[in-house]
Every structure is written in C-alpha cells, then in structure tokens.
Design a protein around this ligand. Structure first.
Ligand SMILES: Cc1ncc(COP(=O)(O)O)c(C=O)c1O
Length: 383
C-alpha cells in the first residue's frame, strides 16, 4: 500500500543525503571532537561546518549556536536559563497559552519555584492577544517566551512586535515550526530575539538533535555540566553524526525556499478550498497567511482520533493535534484556547505537508477524509 505522509509537523523523513552523511560518519569518521589526533580533528570539523550551516540558515553567527538534543531541550535551557539569570531584577515571566509542552511545563516548574508565571490568551484566530500582553508587561517581567509558528495550526505569532516591547526582559522564541519555512534573520528583522530554539527532525534532519541560538554576550546557566563541551553550556561528547545531519538539513531546507513554499501553499489552499466546498460543518483553525505547511480543520460531529485510524487504513498519516506530547489522548489546549467547544476540538485533524507532497496525494487525502467523516457521521457514534 502506498504511503501518504501528511504528518510532517510531527516529524519528517530525513533527506537521503543526511542519512548517507550520518552513516558515513558513524562507520568511517567516528572520532571524538575533543581528541587531539587527526580523527578528533575531522570530527571537530563536522561540528564546525554544521554550526556554520545552522548559523547561516538563522541569520546568526556560528558562535551563537549551541547544539542540543532537540527543541524540548533548547526550550528548557532557554527558559530556565533566562529566568534564573533575571531573578534579581524581577520574578515575572510571560508566555502564551498555546505553547508546546516543553515551554508550558518549564513555566509550571518555575511557578513551583516561586516565579510569577503568566499564560497570555490568544484571539479566535489563534494569535497572541496583544492587549493582554501590554497589560501584563511591566518592570517586573524578566523573560518572555513566545513561539514563532504554532505547531497545531500554523498560525504565525507577532514576535517582531513583542520584541519591540520587551523592555529589559529576555525574549526566547520557539522556532521549531518556523525554521525551514519562514525567513529567519536573527541579526536582521528578528534582532530583538535573545534566544531561539530549533529542532532537527522537523526539517528532514535526525531526531534527537536541535540547536539553541543565544545572542552574543548573553550568558545563561548551563543545564548539563561536565566536560564543558558547547562552550560550557552543554557538557557531553557531541553527537557528531546527528549534528552533521542537522547542519546539512538546515542548509538544504532553505534552498529554493520561496518556490517550495509556493508549492506547499498551493496544496494547502487546494485542500482548504476542497473541504470548504465538499464537506459540511467544518471549522478552519489555520489562517491563509499562516505557515504554508499546516492545515488544521475541525470536522464537527466526528472524533479526530477515529478519523485518523480510518485514514491509516488507506495509508494516510495525519495527526489529531500535536504528536509532540506523550499525552496522545489529551484534548488540544491550542484549539480550545481559540474558543472552540470540546466537541469541535474533538473532531480536529491536522494535515502537515513537506516539499515532496504532491497535489495528487492531496486529492486522495481529501477524498478519503470526506469518506471517513461521512461514515462517522452516518454511523452516528458521536455523543
Ligand atoms: C513548537 C514545538 N516546540 C518544541 C517541540 C519539541 O521539539 P523536539 O521534538 O525536538 O524536542 C516541537 C515538536 O515536537 C514543536 O512543534
């Protein structure tokens, strides 16, 4: 059976050349970058190249890039590091209620430690409520963490506006879903951002790899101590093959980005239009000006989980909301925050695209989704 993989916000298939490079490093050039001999220097060279590739893709300098085990670790490191750094100036930290659990759980823990945490609301389109932000912004705020693109809806958040209003607070941005899709220029349009997280497996790189951008001159408390790798921020022997794979993926994803985004937008808009025309009682959770690769739709009077498994029987892979949490059955806090009812949230499916998705595949996915929705509604098993 053919595979229709429309779950690229959960994870992506690594590029063939990433797999080849990683296999080569693992089998032939397996030195430790800290070793003084030739094999060590070769390994160090791979890490250096990857740092340059990631820095270039983010519009940053190589010395501002720290490799981590992924988006979650980058988020944790930035948030705990940023909060501890500022605790003498204030104890208030702000985020939005639609963040990834890696951010929300970090905030929950900091609350237990005595920080004043504020989870800002979003409007019905899923965009941060700037009036609430303005109300909460005061001298006591030391850290703001805001995602760039929401992983369930693709909605773009007003990061640049927040950066202008951040005052003396540090601004951390989770760019896990925007990196590789939107232009990221941390020395340009996004120069107000102090720390930014990315993840390798969302851009056709390996899982368990990511990076944290930390603006030059900003020092935060390391999470892992030991041998002092990553300039003391993250001790432990570098995962050289994964880091090299991340670097190559970061470089490759931005080649012909404009053209690739047009392709994604064409497919996403086709699917949106098709569903609007051919399936009754649906609610769109993604906006036209959102990231081009995500389309979230609530099919009323259905259950997303049942639709997902029905589609799977035709080789189609999608998500109900986010697959990034082990709490697979939990209701989406993101769609709920947009003011949807529990029943609407329950019927939500997220289709997420990558460059190799085709229009023919999208047409098949649309037809099969309609069949699944109608079957569910006909059987009337929804209460
Ligand atoms: C917005 C966002 N932040 C953080 C993460 C966590 O990244 P990772 O899986 O690399 O830990 C994800 C995805 O899982 C995500 O979509």
């Amino acid at each position: 059976m053919a595979t229709y993989y429309f779950d690229n916000s959960a994870t992506t298939r690594p590029y063939d050349m990433v797999i080849d490079l990683m296999a080569h490093i693992m089998s032939e050039e397996y030195g430790n970058p800290s070793s003084l001999h030739r094999m060590g220097m070769e390994a160090e060279g791979y890490v250096r190249t990857a740092r340059e590739q990631v820095a270039k893709a983010m519009g940053a300098s190589p010395e501002e890039i720290y490799f981590t085990s992924g988006g979650s670790e980058s988020d944790n490191t930035a948030i705990f590091g940023g909060a501890y750094k500022g605790r003498r100036q204030g104890r208030k930290i702000l985020t939005s209620c639609i963040e990834h659990p890696a951010v929300l759980e970090s905030f929950a823990r900091l609350k237990e430690e005595g920080f004043e945490t504020v989870l800002l609301p979003v409007d019905k389109n899923g965009v941060l409520d700037m009036e609430a932000f303005d109300r909460e912004m005061d001298e006591d705020v030391i850290l703001i963490s805001l995602m760039h693109v929401n992983n369930e809806t693709g909605v773009i958040q007003p990061v640049e506006e927040v950066a202008k209003k951040k005052g003396h607070a540090l601004l951390h941005v989770d760019m896990v879903q925007s990196f590789g899709k939107l232009p990221i220029d941390l020395h340009g349009a996004l120069s107000g951002v102090d720390m930014a997280s990315i993840s390798g497996h969302k851009i056709h790189g390996p899982k368990g790899t990511g990076a944290l951008y930390i603006r030059r001159g900003l020092n935060i408390r390391p999470f892992l101590v030991g041998g002092g790798q990553e300039k003391g921020l993250r001790s432990g022997t570098e995962n050289v093959p994964a880091i090299a794979g991340l670097g190559l993926a970061a470089q490759t994803i931005y080649i012909n980005r404009e053209r690739k985004n047009e392709h994604l937008r064409e497919i996403r808009d086709y699917m949106r239009g098709w569903f609007e025309e051919n399936v009754d009682h649906i609610l769109l959770n993604s906006s036209e000006d959102g990231a081009p690769h995500i389309l979230s739709i609530s099919f009323e009077k259905t259950r997303g989980e049942v639709l997902l498994h029905t589609l799977e029987q035709s080789g189609i892979y999608v998500s109900t909301g986010s697959a990034c949490s082990s709490n697979k059955k939990g209701q989406s806090h993101v769609i709920k925050a947009m003011g949807r009812t529990d029943k609407q949230v329950e019927g939500t499916l997220r289709f997420s695209l990558c460059d190799s998705c085709t229009m023919d595949e999208a047409k098949f996915v649309c037809e099969k989704t309609k069949e699944a929705v109608e079957r569910f509604r006909r059987l009337g098993s929804f209460r």
